[in-house]
Design a protein around this ligand. Sequence first.
Ligand code: FAD
Length: 467
Amino acid sequence: MSTEPITYDVAVIGSGPGGYVAAIKANQLGLKVALIEKYSKFGGTCLHWGCIPTKSMLYSAELYDRALKGKEFGILCRDVKVDFRQVKARKDKVVKKLAMGTAFLIKKNHVATFLGKGTIASPGTVRVEGETAAEVKARNIVIATGSEAMLFPGLETDGRVILTNKEILDLDTVPKSLLVVGAGAVGIEFASLFARFGADVAVVEMLPRVLPLEDQEISEELHKLLSKRRIKILVGTRLESMAVEDGRAVATVLTPGGEAQRITAEKALIAVGRKPMTEGIGLEQLGVITSRGRIPVDAHMETNVPGVFAIGDVVPTQQLAHVASHQGMLVMRHLAGEHTAPLNYEQVPSCTFSYPEVASVGLTEQEARARGHEVVTSRFPFAAIGKASILGENDGFVKFVCDKKYNQILGVHMIGPHVTELIAEGTAALGLEATAEDVSHLIHAHPTVSEALMEAAEAIYGAAIHF
Ligand code: FAD
């Protein structure tokens, strides 16, 4: 019997939505694959500290809020209270169930797994240190090590008062007050979540608007609606310092007018971006180029070193789970010899699961104009949609951004009820290079909130019925 060590076609380091999906796809395509994970479970940030736990808690917050408003709907809920330990327990149960499902799929797809920290020791060799210590030999290596919360120089989180997205998920009670630093998707979701559970929430953002990557009108509407929901928003405001005093977070911020303001809160969340986890994994010795910690790649996700690929939050594209997964599948199809088209990063849907929800795909109005398009836009309010009134969710709107010549859709931007589901239609429209007329001629079921898309498309050429 041969004692030769196995040489895998590909070794994947990191089992987030990039890594584990890549590994499954590799097996489906007939590649011999190894998956290396330093945490005790598979699934990465998304499953354990990101997408899934936050949405589970956001859903609990929504149910609480709806119970409080039940009277308007003829439902009398007495003594509505939050049992936050149960909110957390349910979140943990959802995560556990999905983690088991992920482990099952990995096993079912014959992925060889190694638990431990992976370091690229030399071309074609990954050293694993931890539960399953090993030297994994592979013809190709995929770096899918993801990201962690970014901190400022001099700012330390203590895990009890000053928190990142990890520790905040383990709170046992709803803090009376919460200061969120950073108004990107992560900051806004946590702000919304704890405000809905009754905390006094303030959000500090250095840039001039909340969700700064979204269309300006969407940011402005969100600012207005969050303020209406008692969240204090301070934009154009820079965090100068943060410390723990008498068990509370004490921050000094500089307002747009240059005035120093002191803010105190029971807890503070730092949500100012994500730092790629590319240090200490052997990239320097191998000569893999990084730029500000991220790994530049070509259209097939290959780094400057042949046979070494990178996907997900470590590369300079959108830090989203679905992007990581698609990049992982692309690499494997490429390695299996299939013809692959590069991903179109301009057609990636982006969602913020706050209250109200925000979702978008394609160019913002500002981006479209900057690229020289002659732009035409429409804006259709949910207030004019029957289903939105039924839900008692009249805030928000759908906005189309089109090129004037043929009304080709360049971007779809939404704020309001269920828009994180509705955005799939916008993604399809962009992917199929549809015009506003194309979408407006599709029959949308009544009464649904999706009718807002059809009407917003009609509004591009002045033909909306209900507004
Ligand atoms: P990760 O999911 O970060 O996984 C990387 C894995 O690699 C981890 O398991 C890590 O332990 C492992 N690892 C790291 N170094 C090593 C090593 N040396 N050896 C072995 N293993 C290693 N995105 C969305 O699309 N939708 C959302 O709703 C959403 N919500 C989010 C909410 C929060 C609070 C946060 C923080 C993020 C959210 N994201 C969301 C972003 C999403 O989680 C990431 O884009 C996604 O997880 C990136 O996937 P990845 O595979 O690149 O890395």
